[in-house]
Structures are given as C-alpha cells and as structure tokens.
Design a protein around this ligand. Sequence first.
Ligand SMILES: [Zn+2]
Length: 435
Amino acid sequence: MTSYLIKGAAPLGAGPVDILVEDGVLRSIVAAGTASADGAEVVDATGLIALPGLVDLHTHLREPGREDAETVETGTQAAALGGFTAVHAMANTDPVADTAGVVEQVWRLGREAGHCDVFPVGAVTVGLAGERLAELGAMADSAARVRVFSDDGRCVADPVLMRRALEYVRAFDGLVAQHAQEPRLTEEAQMNEGELSGRLGLRGWPAVAEEAIIARDCLLAAHVGSRLHVCHLSTAGSVEIVRWAKARSRAEGGWEVTAEVCPHHLLLTDELAATYDPIYKVNPPLRTSADVEALRAGLADGTIDAVATDHAPHPHEDKDCEWQAAAFGMLGLETALSVVQQTMVDTGLLDWAGVAERMSHAPARIGRLDGHGRALAEGEPANLVLYDPGVRRTVDPAEGASLSRNTPYAGMELPGRVVATFLRGRPTVIDGKQS
Ligand SMILES: [Zn+2]
C-alpha cells in the first residue's frame, strides 16, 4: 500500500504539520517541514485545512430501484468529492431497505464501490407503510450492522408504532431518526406556509406540522428511555423544542435526543419559491430568514448536533416540470462543506474544530460508527479531507459526479474546495478529482 506524506496541512485550521499516512493509519504528525519519508508519495498541502473525513447521517443513494437518479457507485463518488468518508443510505429505495437482505445488499455495493463507506439505514416500518414494525433486530444483527432506523420521506406518524420502535432499538443501542411531518397538516403541501404561499397560490407546509411531531417524539423518547434523532430541522420553533428537550434529558439522564440540519436550510429561504422553479422544492421546505438565523444559532450552540446533507437526486424529468408536479429534494454531497463554510465559518459562528465536530465527530457518534469521526491523531484511521477555504468556485451541475443535476446552487459562487479525501489511507480524491 502506498504511503503518503502530506506536507504543511493545518489540522482544524491550527498550525501547519506534516502527516505521514501509512498502512491506512496516521503514522506520524510532526511540525511542518520536519518530516521525511523515503518512498512516500508527497502531497503538498500548504494552505489547506485538514479535517477528519466527513460523515453524513442522511443520504439518498437511490439504489436499488431508481438507478436512473443515482447509484451507490455515483453517489459515493459524489460523497468522496464532497469530503465524505462515510454516508448513511436512507431506506426509501425500491425494494425498501426493511429486511436484512436489502441492507446487506446496499452495504456490499458500498464496499465494492470503495469510494466511501456506506452504512444502510433500516426502515422502521414494513414498506415504509407505517403499519407494522420492520425486522429491526435482523437488520441490526446483519452484516450491515444497522443502528439508524428511519422511514425518511415519510413520518412515523402513529404514536404507538413510534413508541414501539423507540423501545425496540434500545436492545442494540440503535436510534430512530424521525422525518417529522404530521401528515394531516401537510396534505398536498408544496412550500412553507406563510404570507408568500398564499400569494403564490401554493398549499402551505406549516411549521407546526414539524414542531408537533418533534415535541411528541421527545416526550416519547423520555417516557421509554430511548434514543431519538430528528432529521432535517427547518424551523425556529423546532430548535426551541430540541433545546428544551436536551436540557430535560441532561437533567434526567437515560434518554437522548439529537438533531441535524441540512446545508440548504442554513442558506436558502422560501423567497426562492417565487421563481416557481422546482429546483427549490424540498421537504421540509425552505423556510423564512428568521428560521435560517435560528438554525445557524442552534448549530453554533450545539442544540443541533450535526449537519446532514439529505442529498436527494432526481432525474431531469422529475424536476423539469411545473412546481406542483415536481419531486421534493435537492443534491447536497458535493456542496455541503462549502455551504457550511459560507454560513457558519465565514460568519464567525463556528471555527474549523466546530465544523469537524458537526460534520464528522457528532454524526459518527450518533450512528455508532467506530472507524469514523476520530481525532486527527497518531495511530488513528487515516480518514481525512484536505480543504482549501481560500478559493471561490461557481457551481456547475455538469461537473458533479452525481447522476442527477438538481443542485439549487447552480451558477452560484461558493467558497472553498475539497482538494483531497483519504479513506483508510487511500486517496479517493486527489487534486480535486476522483483518483
Ligand atoms: Zn426527510
């Protein structure tokens, strides 16, 4: 296995070091300019920040079933280009990932592709139908070792089923990741409910439909003593509820709530719906600028534990139509770090250590991934990303590795660029390109 000497990288933005990567681990980390390694390939990382390999709790890889939108191969290439070394693949495939057989298939496809580790998310209910629990234990015991369960795309709306799922996953230290959307309050919903939805004549998706489910689920998790994870927080009220629930959980112990936010909810607002361009149609919807401010503040103060992409590829025909008919969702893997830099780092809300916590350490901890989200320290697995925060780039969807093109940032200038990604000591990306 080739060794690499990474020269002059700044771990978490601190003083520059030389990092020797050998046999899949970080063999030595010494002051910049002092390392020499015979036979190692030299990577000049002057001016680059080193972060632990990013971990996504929320990716849609679409395989099996919608290989026209994305495959494990293309989706994990996109992940590597975005600096990720591990992604959780959501269960809403066809067939649904609700058995040991399907999750093992997705896990194996990830291993074979080799661009990024794939950890399948198991469905909570059979066929995502919300009627009876899927084989949670069998998925946990499978080779895929599932710990995160979600019906994402749909809400586990039945409180009895949600309670049973929370009780069941305790046996193997799993968690239920809820897509918080009260179904009756969001029938035919198209965008954030507010003055603008009325003016545009699009059915509103009210904040309360998200917040009511989050409040209910926090109370259920406390009641049964389990682990709840809230997917893609999008409203100021949701941040308030999670902040309250975390304070209660800290005081009581024995149960836990964690939460994620998507890059697009940190940057974009519902005003974009006025274009009627369905590239901005997403679930939960883009909200107001006050919500964006609250989400940034919640991510900064730790109320929101992690950034998750909700990378949701859709083929052209599912997006190139009128708003009402278009699919919900946007790409996210290849732009996540840049959007977090723009919204959180360049604004002074987070430093690079904070970014590492929210995009690597915390999501790995929540997903119970041993080999990811580790410190950049000698002896640790060599999962890392080299990032240049000093450049700006204009997003061109045609340059992406994803099979789909539905990025809301097309033509937009964003800061930063992933220069290299290492997965267990092997570069998956080098000089900003797949290797
Ligand atoms: Zn969702």
